[in-house]
Design a protein around this ligand. Structure first.
Ligand SMILES: Cc1cc2nc3c(=O)[nH]c(=O)nc-3n(C[C@H](O)[C@H](O)[C@H](O)COP(=O)(O)OP(=O)(O)OC[C@H]3O[C@@H](n4cnc5c(N)ncnc54)[C@H](O)[C@@H]3O)c2cc1C
Length: 455
């Protein structure tokens, strides 16, 4: 039961009408898109309108030791935004103003609830470009992207969210509103605290404003190179060959037949006829690099390849990649992997994933930001089949262990949340986890921010 004094403190932190305690409203906001992660029961959902209101909510929660689970759009795939019992859900999607786009300095300052695509559109109007492009860009927020260090399709060449965050305003566990980082292109004054908040998944503080670096919009459309392969391992060989040849495509995505079929069944696009596994490459330099990429595909055993000059066709293929996850979700709960391995070991990792599918008798579909070595095996089981669910969970953990054994990581971009906690412990080891706990205790002494997530 919540104490009256806490509810009074909460009510004093925000204007009337910003606190919701209706069970249906809270339930609708109590979990992200990780269908397999558990979610607790919140005591209230709060929708602050500005950083000062966020600060006041956090201060009230810190004083009363009430957990705070911050939420952007709830598109996360690790359970990071899932409610914990007795928490306040802090929904920031309403703080969605683009505060500034500075053309000369090539930067933007945004509130955390700004949707990724909206920032990209506002930048494009001024000839500028915000590169991090998670497949969830139509919905996910910049606050959520920063808190998960989101990656995306073009990150193979242009880097992840961390590479674009210059500074932030955050609310700490002491209920203080502080600015970390900078606006300048360079700057090394003090520890990189803005970098620390990037990828912290709501466990160190609440991000109330983000300053991001922008690039000039690329000139001209990219060239698209598509290769079809008979097997996952053959496609993996093409990825390794591309890296070994020193080619840096601006996208190199993998989609397997299972995903193509799921998209076809949903959108009737006729994609599954193209091949067992597709590699979708983009090159934004010259023709020479596009030809070299295609040669890598062919030499690795592509059953066919093409350099598409048809922008519409190319866009359709990449949109199939974006639709793969929601298309699979229509078939049943999806357990999403996010391992990342050295690029030269992509064929080995894909072979191990296939072996685990067989050994555990589960169907594993694959999409991947293959050029980064970031693989998303997606394990789908029929709704309500507990036996299959147990086998899927075993395959999931075995894949995490293999990624670590190959010198990779259990999460390339989705974050640890609830689903990768065991895997992360195996990857980092006790000495590094001790450092994590020390940082958490320094920034969140009352332990209110997203307890039970990451560590
Ligand atoms: C179809 C689909 C495709 C996807 N594709 C990609 C992809 O290509 N690349 C990728 O990286 N991810 C991808 N994701 C995962 C997800 O979209 C990202 O993790 C995204 O960054 C989450 O943003 P969000 O606004 O939905 O955050 P949420 O899911 O609401 O929250 C994510 C985490 O961030 C914390 N958080 C959110 N806002 C704040 C804040 N202001 N301050 C502090 N903590 C905060 C939450 O507590 C939680 O731990 C995909 C998801 C879906 C459903």
């Amino acid at each position: 039961m919540l104490g009256v004094s806490f509810l009074e403190a909460l009510a004093a932190a925000v204007p009337p009408g910003r606190i919701f305690r209706d069970a249906d409203i809270m339930a609708a906001h109590a979990r992200d898109q990780a269908a397999w992660a558990p979610a607790g029961r919140p005591v209230a959902l709060v929708r602050p309108q500005n950083p000062e209101q966020v600060r006041a909510v956090v201060a009230a929660c810190a004083e009363h030791r009430v957990p705070v689970v911050t939420r952007g759009a709830g598109t996360g795939l690790s359970g990071g935004a899932n409610a914990v019992d007795g928490c306040v859900l802090l929904a920031l999607d309403g703080m969605d103003r683009i505060l500034e786009v500075d053309e000369a300095e090539q930067l933007a300052v945004v509130q955390p609830g700004v949707v990724n695509d909206h920032l990209r559109a506002a930048a494009a109007e001024r000839g500028l470009w915000y590169p991090p492009d998670p497949a969830s860009s139509p919905w996910s927020t910049i606050g959520g992207n920063a808190a998960t260090n989101a990656g995306g399709v073009c990150c193979v060449k242009y880097g992840v969210t961390r590479d674009y965050v210059l500074g932030m305003q955050v609310v700490t566990g002491m209920g203080e509103l502080v600015r970390v980082g900078r606006r300048t292109r360079k700057g090394v004054a003090g520890y990189d605290l803005a970098g620390l908040f990037v990828g912290s998944e709501g466990t160190l503080g609440v991000i109330t404003e983000v300053t991001v670096r922008l690039l000039r919009l690329p000139e001209g459309p990219p060239k698209t190179v598509v290769g079809a392969f008979g097997s996952l391992v053959a496609a993996g060989r093409a990825v390794a060959a591309t890296a070994a040849a020193g080619i840096t495509p601006s996208a190199l995505e993998l989609v397997d037949r299972y995903c193509l079929r799921a998209v076809d069944d949903w959108k009737n696009m006729g994609l599954a006829d193209l091949g067992n596994v597709l590699l979708l490459g983009r090159v934004d330099t010259g023709d020479e690099e596009a030809a070299a990429l295609r040669a890598c595909f062919d030499e690795a055993g592509a059953t066919w390849s093409t350099r598409s000059t048809d922008a519409e066709e190319a866009e359709a293929l990449f949109s199939a990649r974006r639709l793969a996850y929601p298309a699979l979700e229509r078939l049943g709960p999806v357990l999403t992997e996010d391992v990342c391995v050295p690029r030269g070991l992509v064929p080995e990792m894909l072979a191990r994933i296939e072996a685990h599918a067989k050994a555990h008798a589960v169907h594993i579909a694959n999409i991947a930001h293959a050029g980064d070595g970031n693989l998303h095996p997606l394990i789908v089981v029929p709704e309500g089949d507990d036996e299959a669910r147990g086998r899927a969970q075993a395959a999931f953990e075995a894949i995490l262990d293999d990624a670590v054994a190959l010198g990779g990581t259990v999460t390339g971009e989705h974050g640890v949340g609830l689903l990768k906690k065991r895997g992360m412990r195996a990857e980092l080891g006790e000495d590094v986890l001790t450092l994590h706990r020390a940082i958490k205790a320094a920034l969140d002494p009352a332990g209110i921010f997203n307890p039970g997530k990451i560590i």
